[in-house]
Design a binder for this molecule. Structure first.
Ligand SMILES: Cc1ncc(COP(=O)(O)O)c(C=O)c1O
Length: 359
């Protein structure tokens, strides 16, 4: 069976054009800085985010942990949201590998953490308490419905952090979705961050890879950290070529994914038993490419219909979507390069059918 896959934007397959670029890539040994394609990708990314330097890494998780290892050390503290990917889904790497103490603050549904809460969480200079070294933001915010942090908010966090000598790391796995949503240059969203990680293998459609950007000094140290965690790659130009292709072809089209997500929301709102939950205003307004919704089986006469059961029924009908989050009734569907408007309509009719079948 051919599946329509809405589990994540990580599931995209490289297109023929991207594969051709990969096949033709000039390569060298990147640990010796001799891969011309990796070097070109790093230049393009640094320019796009207006940072001095860039490092190609195999994954977003590695980009984040390399940044954390570079910014701080054992017993230092990092402030981040309780719904941050770095806190929830990276295997405890910040504590396990960097020895950093995560100081968790509640994320608001729009992905922000109140500035006043961050300010209160910054430690005084006292031997009893850890040094606050780092504040991590996430834009777009995955668990907060793909929500977009505004330039003003990012700047306010940067100003606060820097006034205390603290660095800011931005998990920008989907930063370009945020930039497209706001119609701004991505550098507007990165100007207050000391380091930025951006994934090539999500909405941009590359099979592998992320980039980490910062100052020359930061990237020089990050390169040692990348080697330490086993991320020094050799003829990596083959995969870096996919990243260059993605930057050249797949940024503007993210708008299509956003429009498809809105279409999905509009359709879900018409299906009894389903309700979208995208933000704290209880309005199912989706900003980028993530659609979170809940299923209420009781409302359609089938109390056994929760997110896990809905996911099972959808799979049997050729649609892949995962339960996600601590609410057993919550599902997530993500739009991407490999789903068309027609696929959205197909998925909506399958959703309506499997929920109606419950009644
Ligand atoms: C916000 C965010 N940050 C980081 C990552 C980690 O990326 P990777 O899966 O490439 O390790 C993800 C992955 O989904 C993510 O959503």
């Amino acid at each position: 069976m051919e599946f329509l896959d809405f589990r994540s934007d990580t599931v995209t397959k490289p297109t023929p054009g991207m594969r051709k670029a990969m096949a033709q890539a000039k390569v060298g040994d990147d640990v010796y800085d001799e891969d011309p394609t990796v070097n070109r990708l790093q230049r393009i990314a640094a320019e796009l985010l207006e940072k001095e330097a860039c490092l190609f890494v195999p994954s977003g998780t590695m980009g984040n942990i390399v940044a954390i290892l570079t910014h701080g050390g054992r017993g230092d503290e990092m402030i981040l949201g309780d719904l941050a990917h770095t806190f929830l889904y990276e295997g405890g790497a910040a504590a396990g590998l960097a020895g950093m103490h995560p100081h968790i603050l509640t994320n608001r549904p729009d992905g922000t953490i109140p500035i006043s809460a961050i300010e209160r969480a910054i430690r005084p200079n006292n031997v009893h308490v850890p040094h606050t070294r780092l504040i991590c933001l996430e834009n777009t915010h995955n668990r907060c419905g793909g929500s977009v942090l505004s330039p003003d908010y990012c700047d306010a966090v940067g100003e606060l952090a820097h006034s205390h000598g603290i660095s800011v790391h931005l998990d920008g796995a989907r930063l370009l979705n945020a930039a497209i949503y706001l119609s701004v240059s991505p550098s507007i969203l990165t100007r207050s961050a000391d380091s930025v990680m951006l994934c090539l293998s999500k909405g941009l459609g590359a099979p592998v890879g992320s980039i980490l950007c910062g100052t020359q000094k930061f990237i020089a140290k990050a390169k040692r950290m990348r080697k330490m965690v086993g991320g020094g790659m050799r003829q990596a130009g083959i995969i870096a070529a996919a990243g260059i292709y993605a930057f050249e072809h797949n940024i503007e089209r993210l708008e299509i994914d956003h429009a498809n997500a809105s279409r999905l929301v509009a359709g879900i709102k018409t299906i009894p038993g389903l309700a979208c939950k995208a933000d704290d205003r209880n309005e199912p307004s989706v900003q980028t490419n993530m659609v979170y919704f809940t299923v209420n089986g009781s409302a359609v006469g089938d109390p056994t219909l929760n997110a896990a059961e809905l996911s099972k029924r959808l799979r049997a009908q050729g649609v892949l979507a995962n339960p996600l989050g601590s609410d057993p009734n919550q599902m997530r569907m993500v739009t991407h390069l490999d789903v068309s408007q027609e696929d959205i309509d197909t998925a909506l009719s399958v959703l309506a059918r499997v929920v109606r079948a419950a009644a």
